[in-house]
Design a protein around this ligand. Sequence first.
Ligand code: UGA
Length: 482
Amino acid sequence: MRISVIGSGYVGLVTAVCFAELGHEVTLYDNDPAKQHALQQGLSPIHERYVPELLKRHLGGKLKLSNSLADSVGQSVAIFVAVGTPPTVNGEADLSYVESVAREIAANIKDYKIVVGKSTVPVYTSEWVRRVMLLNGAPADLFDVASNPEFLREGTAVTDFLYPDRIVIGTDNLRCTETLQQIYRPLTDGSYYQRGDAIPAPKPMTGAVRLIATTAKSAELIKYASNAFLAMKISFINAVATLCESVGADVDQVKEGIGSDSRIGRQFLNPGLGYGGSCFPKDLSAYRAVARECGYDFRLLEEVMHINNEQRERFLRKVRHALWTLKGKRLGVLGLAFKGGTDDVRESPAVAVVKSLIDEGCRIQAYDPAAVTNAREILGSQNIEYVASALDAAKDADALLVLTDWEEFRTLDLVELHKRLHYPIVIDGRNMFNPDAMAERGFIYTSVGRPDVPHEIPGATNGSPRQKPNFRTPASPTVKVP
Ligand code: UGA
């Protein structure tokens, strides 16, 4: 099938290389000369596993680059729109890029096309796209508009695309449904998985991938509702973790207890600094705004956002609690990206925490395996030094803060780490270490929703400042004994 993808950001680029991998003839269009230039050299503008391999495999073959939207549209049957939908000041999604692409497609339509929304957009966007195209002269019988939301996570985007839990296609007629079914057939009939050169599966495949066909409106809602639900799970476990800290329980045990219920599941129950990134924060605000516009006040989402913002404040309180005063303190920082496996720092909780600490007069030694270039653009270089390794970040530091869940941090040489630190204090915002292992090696270790170790610093009793933060005595029982 001849496909064009408009926009070479995370979603667009991954979609384009993966469609080429499935055997389609793909044209990737972007109006950003810098991205085009990088791609022409075969370089991926994003840090994303398997994208470089797939570019190498398909660029110049199944995958072509284009700087003309008219040419891309002319050559394709299906046009996937993957342009940005950044938030406006009111938290709504800015759809002006989507609109302008719709206008341009309309101006270049000569034979039947389907225009497929891949960007995260509010319900009714497909209808608006259709209307804009009609108003701009596209004949009604020459196009259909569909919604095909993506559920890719940064860091695992390629395998999420090729080994999805489900594919959702939202269309309003059969012709369009059949075209999209054909595009995804190598995944739904499993033929891609038989190929010797297939990108390796991240998990054992239990059967063919399920394709869920819905109306365009339902598909648009599925995308926002999925992200909102995942964010809600994270805020839920963060609220539970706060309660664990108050009563001296262990959130790992609680998580195991609730996550073992198959109706709840274990995934997305990791407490920490809260969610960040280019999707959840923006999508929750946009979803709330859309719901309000449609007459429903979705207050649950407000609470999810509120709990999420509180997590950073709570973490900063833990840092103050561990160090008493912050001005002039030297702090090692592990991680700046919004999560491990990516160089993306958009809405990164790690960057927000570092910013606050710099404002409070700390000097930061930060290490991130991939995100330093992007972080430097936001944090600058005043009172922050970007170092080459995790152990360098710890050198002579008054405490080490873990802010991003990069896998490599789990296997750090703890003996060496202890030697490098000025004080052996580790404040872990991502629960990367085992508290018992940390205690054994002599660290003073604080994490999220788990008891601090050691419970007391030897000799620091009698009104010492090392009491548990936010400790409250248990509330009196409300059940009356007859
Ligand atoms: C998210 C969704 O997971 C994707 O399904 C969706 O396609 C994508 O948004 C999008 O709309 O484009 P992504 O933002 O790449 O993907 O990252 P996630 O892995 O979902 O993590 C989001 C944030 O939640 C990160 O800051 C992460 O550290 C945090 N998180 C995640 C937790 O704090 N706890 C968890 O248990 C899981």
